[in-house]
Design a protein around this ligand. Structure first.
Ligand code: AQP
Length: 333
């Protein structure tokens, strides 16, 4: 029997308040956070400065920040166990970003897949902020002396760059930052779009391409019913040839806590329609508690304000300690 207590490590992760949180964000990131907060020193951020690197609606941003906070709480992030705060409340994120910019080669930023994808998506409207996004993300992570960053597959490259920036900084100025590492789920790290299963599910894509964590039963039935499936009728996992049904099998497996193999056996000889109906029922059942809890938090906005204020105080204390070290080592007065 294993009885040794695992060492507690510093964990940092965040989500942009750029749209409605979907099951991809949940399965790739939030679900890991809930498990990790039991034994570790967790810091979870609402990364609002990241969300303004692409065109956005200022009137909606505040609302979205509160919604993401309510989502964290409704999903099970416990403010007694984890620090929850808004990025822009801690000005040290901006200060460290500037300093890290001075040691980050432009070529490294030009290679970032997300920058290339988003540049294409937003056409002529590319800001220096979008280009520098990975440096801000490195500052977010390094400010808290983070060891592990639980994220989805799409953020792996950014975490690797943060590690490289930390390594370069330490080599140039002396040992200052912990070297962070991405923690990525073996299954569920890249949930795909329901409409185009070769693309990842995304907050900023059309609503029918994703299942929101707070979607109603009607919305779930409609979206799963019209999710793209593949030619043939076998319910089998084959992401290359059958990306649509493979994505639905992944989602089913993670919410039902069954292996994909078990599901393939269970649905052998059954059709897509039955599978989709059962998946929709499963999602309706599993997501219902999130909806109820989120409504409770939204009825109590003072609680959200209190969580964010207390979270900011705890985050600031860690960030200030790191910045004192950084300023001294870089030779600033
Ligand atoms: N499809 C996905 N499958 C698994 N994990 C995912 N994540 C995002 N999409 C998937 C993970 O969720 C966390 C928060 O993401 P983010 O807010 O930093 O933004 P993102 O990665 O750019 O995700 P979106 O939903 O596609 O947002 P928009 O449309 O605003 O760009 C991260 O850990 C991410 O890996």
């Amino acid at each position: 029997m294993k009885s040794e207590k695992l060492k507690s490590v510093r964990i940092f992760s965040g989500i942009q308040p750029s749209g409605d949180i979907h099951i991809g964000n949940y399965l790739g990131a939030i679900k890991q956070w809930i498990a990790l907060q039991e034994k570790n020193d967790c810091v979870f951020c609402i990364v609002d400065w990241h969300a303004i690197t692409v065109p956005y609606e200022p009137k909606l941003l505040r609302q979205k920040i509160k919604e993401v906070t309510a989502t964290y709480l409704a999903a099970g992030i416990n403010p007694k166990k984890s620090v929850i705060f808004v990025q822009s409340h801690i000005k040290e994120h901006a200060e460290l970003t500037w300093l890290l910019n001075t040691i980050t080669p432009i070529g490294d930023l030009q290679r970032m897949t997300q920058f290339k994808d988003k540049s294409k998506k937003y056409g002529g409207n590319i800001s220096a902020g979008l280009f520098n996004y990975p440096v801000l993300m490195a500052a977010d992570i390094l400010l808290y002396q983070t060891e592990l960053v639980p994220v989805g597959q799409d953020q792996k490259q950014h975490v690797e760059l943060a590690r490289e920036i930390a390594r370069r900084f330490n080599a140039k100025f002396g040992d200052t930052f912990t070297l962070p590492q991405a923690q990525i789920m073996k299954i569920g790290a890249k949930i795909m779009s329901l409409a185009e299963p070769t693309k990842k599910m995304s907050k900023s894509d059309k609503p029918e391409t994703r299942i929101g964590l707070f979607d109603t039963a009607e919305q779930i039935k409609k979206k799963i019913g019209s999710a793209t499936t593949d030619s043939g009728k076998e319910i089998e996992y084959n992401p290359e040839q059958k990306p649509g049904i493979s994505n639905l099998l992944t989602i089913y497996s993670l919410f039902a806590n069954k292996t994909i193999k078990d599901l393939e056996n269970e649905y052998a000889g059954k059709n897509y329609q039955t599978f989709k109906q059962n998946l929709a029922e499963l999602l309706i059942e599993k997501l219902a508690p999130f909806r109820t809890k989120k409504a409770e938090f939204e009825e109590n906005p003072e609680q959200i304000g209190k969580v964010l204020k207390e979270g900011a105080e705890k985050a600031r204390a860690i960030a200030q300690t790191t910045m004192e070290k950084v300023r001294a080592t870089m030779g600033l007065l």
